[in-house]
Design a binder for this molecule. Structure first.
Ligand SMILES: [Zn+2]
Length: 182
């Protein structure tokens, strides 16, 4: 797995470098300016994998980048990969900006296969049987240098989906389902 990710990481870095070169090639005087790329940085605490990549640029999602995020957010227990809802990355991007986060968002849980979710639901309090984690629409996070209270407040203020507060386990759940809180 480490090899595969290193490969992934180089690809992402190369892609990011390409973006910078393309941006600089536009003359300063040009009236048209490309829309700002949306970059999210994630740190998977279970696998040690990190990614920092533009997942959206020039008005559209970047399919190659989305694949790298899907991989990082896979079910780390089974290595099952599922497409992550791109709007979840938008949500993280907004959160990162609101919090002026300098370091990567730490990920405790992204996609969960039905088997993993069933196992967790049977053994852990607060795990829903029909969790949005199983649909690639939810993520459990911490933000280095920002208190959990601040992250929680910022997520609620965005109003982009569900927000769960888990102070004992030190994470906030965010999803792109209905706006709700617990
Ligand atoms: Zn969650």
């Amino acid at each position: 797995m480490a090899d595969r990710f290193e490969h992934t990481r180089r690809a992402v870095l190369a892609m990011a470098a390409g973006t910078i070169a393309a941006t600089m090639a536009v003359p300063a005087a040009a009236a048209w300016r490309p829309m700002q790329p949306r970059i999210v940085a994630l740190d998977n605490l279970h696998t040690g994998e990190r990614i920092k990549a533009p997942f959206w640029e020039n008005g559209r999602y970047v399919p190659d980048a989305l694949k790298h995020f899907d991989w990082l957010l896979r079910d780390y227990r089974t290595d099952e990969v599922r497409a992550i809802h791109p709007s979840l990355l938008d949500l993280l991007w907004h959160l990162q900006r609101t919090l002026r986060a300098r370091d990567a968002i730490q990920v405790l849980s992204g996609y969960r296969s039905p088997a993993t979710n069933a196992m967790l639901a049977a053994t852990t309090d607060g795990v829903a049987q029909h969790s949005l984690h199983m649909r690639g629409m939810a993520i459990d996070i911490r933000v280095p240098g920002r208190s959990l209270v601040k992250v929680h407040r910022a997520a609620l203020a965005l109003g982009l989906g569900g927000v769960g507060y888990y102070p004992r386990s030190d994470f906030v759940h965010v999803d792109v389902g209905r706006v709700r809180r617990w």
